[in-house]
Design a protein around this ligand. Structure first.
Ligand SMILES: [Zn+2]
Length: 387
């Protein structure tokens, strides 16, 4: 780990974080909302990943199956064909690296001609196999989307398909893990020394810059694609990209039904959103002075339910780097609060050694990227346009 410039500036840092952190995190239940809204999209069965060679034969002991109705869940329970008469249940757990694996529990279910109709064979990969336990990974990506019957299974299959797309898309960005770790190292260093990013730009420090740019450009690509499929007035898009925080107030009663959404102009508003926070330079994260033009920013918007979910996602992708920085700064502050004499390098190394934390951050970022890719794909299907 190199961090030659990291210097602890505890007091200054804390003031900056206090100033920058006001009002963030005012929303709950983020992320999944937009996906939920899209789950009803009916025409989504034509995924080209289907595998005609897949057979429904699931008689062999040792194979894994899942109840088709459970497949709508992100991590459904799965079952191992234990013998000719029984299924043993496997339940999901987090293996501490951000990956969801499955281990068995002592729950069994009947395995007969009648119950077999409910199940579908699923691909798994054995991770641990010894006398004490068997741990497997459910390879959802390798599962074709066409093996549930038409009709009742339609909605479930669409959801499964979308989950598969999100997982596939998340897998595609997994290879950036090493790059991402240097990215986080850079943001921790910035939290320890507020000149860090400015200096690496001035000195054209390629080690850090190339990696920061790599992650930034992935985020920027998703931001651009999400804006492209969001036909909102430029004033809203500019404002939400400018201010790193916002408050959400739920609009109740008659008032909400009579007014129109400020983004899509349909009647009925659900929330009032008020942007706030210190404006900043997106490259160096340094606070920027309040320019006179800033008075022209619209900062209050009344939005319908659907648009408020889109607002949330847009805000996340626009301020992703800043939010990651706030996360790093919080952890740095905790360390300093615990031991104010701790060296900056020691703080940096300790945070970077927290693999679970890094994995969580990386997963969060990839899930936002993936969610946008899914929304874009659904949009193209809906409008029949190609890209
Ligand atoms: Zn709206």
């Amino acid at each position: 780990m190199t961090n030659r410039r990291a210097k602890a500036k505890a007091v200054q840092l804390q003031q900056e974080i206090m100033a920058g952190n006001q009002g963030t995190g005012g929303v709950q239940g983020s992320g999944s909302r937009a996906l939920d809204d899209m789950e009803e999209l009916a025409e989504f069965a034509n995924d080209s990943d289907s595998d005609p060679a897949w057979t429904p034969e699931i008689d062999k002991p040792g194979e894994f199956v899942a109840d088709q109705s459970d497949l709508a869940q992100d991590y459904p329970p799965i079952w191992r064909v234990d013998n000719k008469l029984l299924l043993q249940k496997y339940v999901p757990f987090d293996d501490q690296s951000g990956k969801i694996l499955y281990r068995h529990v002592s729950t069994y279910s009947a395995w007969n001609e009648e119950s077999k109709k409910k199940y579908v064979r699923i691909p798994v990969c054995v991770r641990v196999l010894n006398q004490v336990e068997t741990i497997v990974e459910f390879l959802r990506n390798e599962m074709p989307g066409h093996n549930t019957p038409r009709g009742e299974g339609e909605v479930a299959r669409n959801t499964v398909n979308q989950n598969q797309l999100v997982e596939k898309s998340m897998d595609e960005t997994k290879s950036y893990q090493d790059v991402f770790e240097v990215y986080i190292q850079t943001l921790i260093s910035q939290a320890l020394d507020s000149n860090f990013l400015k200096e690496i730009f001035q000195e054209q420090d390629d080690y850090f810059l190339s990696r920061v740019k790599s992650i930034d450009s992935l985020t920027e690509d998703r931001r651009r694609r999400l804006v492209q499929i969001t036909p909102w007035a430029r004033t809203i898009l500019t404002s939400l990209a400018t201010f790193p925080a916002y408050d959400v107030m739920v609009e109740l009663g008659q008032n909400g039904m009579q007014q129109c959404c400020g983004a899509c102009h349909q009647p009925g508003i659900a929330v009032r959103i008020v942007l706030q926070g210190q404006t900043y330079n997106s490259a160096t994260l340094a606070p920027t002075a309040a320019a006179p033009a800033q008075q022209q920013y619209d900062k209050t918007f009344q939005l319908c339910q659907t648009c408020s979910a889109r607002f949330e996602l847009l805000h996340k992708i626009c301020h992703q780097k800043y939010m990651m920085f706030v996360e790093c700064a919080k952890r740095v502050n905790q360390q300093i609060a615990h031991d104010s004499s701790k060296a900056a390098t020691a703080i940096l190394n300790e945070l970077l050694a927290d693999e679970h934390w890094l994995a969580m951050l990386f997963k969060e970022v990839r899930s936002i990227w993936a969610e946008i890719e899914l929304l874009e794909r659904l949009y193209r299907l809906q409008t029949g346009s190609q890209q």
